[in-house]
Design a protein around this ligand. Structure first.
Ligand code: NAP
Length: 294
């Protein structure tokens, strides 16, 4: 058997086309949509990411503003900036580029963002409402995994899903989405005994651990659908003896792909879908702000 590749880049292009249509419809009826991204303590990687984000937003018709704050900004001053954006009627969405400068607790800053403008879906109100199956805006990566599974036609109802990694923003929300889709879910984490005995039972295996190639052939049942959320940068020796930097997932793709029925690659799987979900969440934020319930 050789797995079908779940092409996150192609599915993300579908989502972006839908988002562009929805942005145009929203603009015609209610005015423009605007995303403000805060970059505190700008570095080259942050600048690069922000540039790519601006392009992605503008391609679907979302106005993008990058707010650059100094590296020595205080937590109080950052809070003031978030409050200003929360109160601004022409700001649809707010996101925070991480990492923040040392000494500023990311969660505290993220929790300050109005849940209706929290396009990353990381405010406790949004995470909490997932438990009721009614988030205002859900976390982007969990949405990305959900969309990938649904759009690729994976049968979730009654399936046994195993989620390895129960991080607050990624693994746990994915577990909740799978439950919403009526899968029977096993939640694994660092203290799970005999991980293999759980993962080998999975019809759907989602891995969000942050450790390169943790899941190998021995962890996977033949025919499983495997979704690899991990993004790890590793340095490896190539055939010519030179060290090269590569991005790899939490799943050993070479070992697992021959066994699985479908698998996401890294890069090109969950990553591009997560970016597309941020765009979709921004439109969702605009729509939900018209009928606030909190
Ligand atoms: P996190 O908050 O640090 O959570 C990691 C989870 O993995 C924890 O639940 C931890 O268990 C568990 N874990 C660690 N070692 C394990 C092991 N050997 N066996 C089983 N479970 C283990 O990390 P995160 O923010 O969720 O991120 C996870 C991965 O997703 C990272 O590679 C990150 O780069 C990636 N990511 C990708 C995207 C994307 O768009 N593709 C977006 C966000 C994050 P405990 O709870 O017991 O400590």
């Amino acid at each position: 058997m050789s797995a079908r590749i779940l092409d996150g880049s192609a599915l993300a292009a579908e989502v972006r086309a839908e988002v562009a249509r929805n942005v145009a419809a929203h603009r015609a009826a209610h005015g423009p949509i605007r995303l403000c991204a805060i970059l505190a303590g700008s570095d080259q990687a942050g600048q690069l990411y922000a540039r790519s984000q601006r392009k992605q937003c503008e391609n679907v018709g979302i106005a993008y503003e990058l707010i650059e704050l100094p590296h020595d900004i205080s937590e109080a001053r950052l809070r003031d900036e978030i409050d200003r954006l929360n109160a601004a009627p022409d700001v649809t969405g707010i996101m925070l580029h991480l990492p923040l400068p040392p000494g500023i607790e990311p969660a505290a800053a993220q929790y300050r963002i109005d849940p209706y403008k929290d396009v990353e879906g990381v405010n406790p109100a949004n995470i909490g409402l997932l438990f009721y199956g009614q988030p205002i805006i859900a976390p982007c990566t969990a949405l990305a995994v959900n969309e990938l599974l649904l759009r690729s036609g994976a049968a979730l109802t009654g399936a046994h899903a195993v989620v390895v990694g129960q991080g607050r923003i990624v693994g746990k929300p994915i577990t909740m989405f799978l439950l919403e889709n009526q899968a029977t879910v096993t939640a694994c984490h660092a203290a799970t005994r005999d991980l293999c005995s759980h993962t080998r039972e999975a019809d759907i295996l989602v891995v969000a651990v942050g450790r390169p190639r943790t899941i190998t052939a021995r962890h996977v049942k033949a025919g499983a659908v495997v979704v690899d959320v991990g993004i790890n940068s590793v340095v490896e020796r190539d055939a010519g003896g030179s060290d090269v930097r590569r991005t790899v997932g939490d799943v050993d793709f070479t070992e697992v792909a021959p066994l699985a029925s479908a698998i996401t690659p890294v890069p090109g799987g969950v990553g591009p879908m997560t970016v597309a979900m941020l765009l979709r969440n921004t439109v969702e934020a605009a729509r939900k702000q018209l009928h606030r319930r909190l």
